[in-house]
Design a protein around this ligand. Structure first.
Ligand SMILES: Nc1nc2c(ncn2[C@@H]2O[C@H](COP(=O)(O)OP(=O)(O)OP(=O)(O)O)[C@@H](O)[C@H]2O)c(=O)[nH]1
Ligand SMILES: [Mg+2]
Length: 646
């Protein structure tokens, strides 16, 4: 029996839904056919990409898509698109930038100039941290935390909730659509590691830790240099004092804690380091002069903050204590804080970029004879006009002070003090002091890697919808990614009810565990090892019933920093007792941790589900592109499966 036009001879119940309406007009028919053609194009694009890979699973997937393009079109258009959530204490925004690089390479390239202000701010921050370190005394003793001699604590016992009555404010939610454009992107499938080493079959992992409540704060007289008049860098708060109120700021946030902390000379005695720091600063007139010369950076910092924070934002400074975005600058002002314990933050979304674009046109000379301004005085965002010619005072000042910045950073006394204070700027976010020649050049244009390395804290929940640029290679359907607040294992329970709506309809969770942080403690609770916190959080995510059917993608992140640390001789076993005497290499450590995380997933997941794990350095554009493409594929595949189309 012939099948009527627009009908399919099938007993598939979806055909009923997809069938064109019997009273379809010619115009409606045309619209439908156009949509189907577009859906087919997208499907084929996915398959072209996937066709580049091997594996029957992918081939089957492609065949299924090609066989039913109109159905796929229905999913992409009528239903919600693929969605995933990024959960992590750190690395979320960088991962989002990687997705942007892949999906909208032209937009990514055009926005690079806007990141110059962030990089300038990162440089200024590094300098101010150094100066603060010079001005504050060095604590003679350190926490015994993580000593091999301290007692071991199993991660199965969660840390107590912090004694805070502060409630998070309502979470702002914004949606950010990356516009279509033209450009290209390439990607290759990354490794999906599901095999586990036999000796890592259980999730038991033990960290060294001090007895609870043992925090030592040392209030010392500030060195005389801090009281010099005229220094804009004076910090009126003694570093390391106990903080009133809810927030207990450590004396040395983000510091690594090492029980073998005694200061030792390795290369003889540089200058006069044998006495106290105040003596040191007094004797070191050279550093004092440098400090004075670098004073304009304070003004530059204020300028940059004003540029980055949209004018309609209430908070003028947006200084937040790390890990605790709810500490406002007003609260910060009320209690002693070190400069280092605070960080500029922005709300997620395009706001700050808009503010920055507008700020650029306010510079004298811009939009004049160069003819570079757009129709409304806006700087046109085209690759041809990058804004590099625009007068940029912060860049000029950094360029002018490059020599002094280099001298400060390379000064042996500075190096020793930083070492003594366990401040490893080169391992911290937004570190550009080793690239000063390049990044302080007057016509400096940030590279892709610079944009990924730049640090700009975001506070709030944001959903980003990535739509592939038309000409991007390997086009795929729009993908939504939600960036949640920075989370800690102890805030998970508190904030989970607020996040529950975001868990709904999610196809995958991308979880980033910064495994390089095995020798660091949380800023909020110096008794909790950062790796331990990630493990606890992972356990909570795996066991969450709302997420029981959601695929999990685990990024064991910051492998580049991990490798450097291991090569520097920092031993994992000192902090993770269960590591025993295994090889202290990137390969050994990542295999071990991969096994532990996988075992927790197996043990705690309410239902069986897919689990993918990658060792990543998400700041590395080259290695991450393939992984991101694979993740995108998985999310799309899971989405189709959830929609019962695969
Ligand atoms: N070296 C290195 N740096 C990384 C890696 N991943 C992230 N970073 C850096 O770590 C810093 C923090 O990363 P973000 O992506 O801003 O972290 P986030 O999760 O968005 O943090 P919040 O905005 O505070 O919630 C950035 O400067 C990144 O460049 C990595 O794999 N290697
Ligand atoms: Mg962020």
């Amino acid at each position: 029996m012939p099948v009527p036009a627009g009908r399919r001879d099938s007993d598939d119940p979806l055909d009923e839904v997809l069938r064109p309406p019997p009273d379809e007009t010619t115009d409606q028919r045309q619209i439908r056919l156009d949509r189907e053609a577009e859906a087919k194009r997208i499907s084929l694009a996915i398959c072209q990409y996937q066709g580049g890979a091997t594996g029957t699973e992918k081939e089957t997937h492609c065949e299924a898509l090609i066989a039913r393009p109109e159905r796929v079109g229905c999913v992409f258009r009528a239903l919600r698109g693929p969605r995933s959530l990024i959960l992590s204490p750190t690395g979320k925004s960088t991962t989002l930038r990687q997705f942007q690089r892949l999906y909208t390479p032209t937009a990514f390239r055009e926005e690079r100039i806007l990141w110059r202000a962030v990089i300038q701010l990162n440089i200024v921050r590094s300098i101010r941290i150094i100066i603060e370190a010079l001005e504050s005394p060095v604590s003679p003793t350190n926490s015994p935390f993580s000593s091999p001699r301290s007692r071991a604590r199993s991660i199965s016992r969660p840390p107590p909730l912090p004694s805070t009555s502060q409630q998070p404010p309502p979470l702002p939610h914004s949606e950010y659509y990356y516009a279509n454009g033209s450009g290209s992107g390439s990607h290759s499938p990354g490794e999906v590691g599901r095999s586990l080493p036999a000796d890592n079959s259980d999730g038991d992992i033990q960290f060294g830790s001090p007895p609870r409540g043992q925090h030592r704060y040392h209030q010392q007289s500030p060195p005389r240099a801090r009281h010099r008049q005229g220094s804009n860098y004076q910090n009126s708060h003694a570093s390391g004092s106990r903080h009133p109120g809810h927030y207990r700021a450590p004396s040395n946030p983000d510091s690594e804690v090492d029980s073998d902390s005694d200061f030792q000379y390795h290369h003889g005695s540089p200058r006069s380091l044998h006495n106290s720091n105040s003596t040191l600063l007094m004797l070191n007139a050279h550093l004092e002069t440098l400090k004075q010369k670098l004073q304009p950076l304070k003004h530059i910092e204020q300028m940059l903050i004003a540029k980055l924070v949209p004018p309609n934002e209430e908070e003028a400074t947006h200084l937040a204590a790390p890990g605790n975005p709810y500490i406002s600058s007003a609260q910060v002002a009320a209690g002693p804080q070190t400069y280092r314990s605070q960080e500029i933050f922005i709300r997620p979304g395009p706001g700050w970029k808009g503010a920055l674009s507008r700020a650029r046109v306010n510079y004298p000379g811009f939009g004049g004879s160069e003819g570079s301004s757009g129709p409304n005085g806006q700087r046109p965002m085209s690759a041809g006009n990058t804004g590099l010619e625009t007068q940029d005072e912060p860049q000029e000042v950094l360029h002018m002070l490059k020599k002094e910045i280099v001298q400060l950073w390379q000064d042996p006394v500075v190096k020793e003090i930083l070492k003594r204070k366990k401040i490893k700027l080169e391992q911290e976010s937004g570190f550009f002091l080793d690239d000063l020649d390049r990044v302080t050049a007057l016509k400096y244009m940030p590279s892709d890697d610079d944009v990924l390395k730049a640090r700009l804290k975001t506070v709030g929940v944001s959903e980003y919808k990535f739509e592939m640029e038309v000409s991007a290679v390997g086009a795929s359907p729009a993908l939504s990614l939600t960036d949640l607040l920075p989370i800690r294992s102890f805030t998970w329970k508190q904030q989970r009810p607020t996040w529950a709506p975001f868990f709904d309809d999610v196809d995958a969770i991308i979880f980033l565990a910064p495994i390089s942080a095995f020798d660091q403690v949380l800023t909020e609770d110096k008794t909790v090892n950062r790796l331990e916190d990630s493990v606890l959080l992972w356990k909570a995510v795996c066991s969450n019933k709302l997420l029981a059917n959601v695929d999990l993608v685990l990024f064991l992140n910051k492998c580049d920093i991990l490798e450097k640390k291991l090569n520097d001789g920092v031993r994992l076993t000192k902090y993770v007792r269960t590591y025993g005497d295994r090889e202290n290499t990137l390969d050994g450590v990542s295999k071990y941790l991969r096994g532990k995380f996988a075992a927790i997933h197996r043990e705690y997941s309410p239902n069986p589900r897919k689990f993918y794990v990658f060792c990543t350095s998400v700041t590395d554009a080259a290695t991450t592109a393939g992984i991101i493409a694979s993740v995108r594929d998985m999310v799309i595949r899971q989405h189709l499966k959830q929609s019962k189309l695969l």
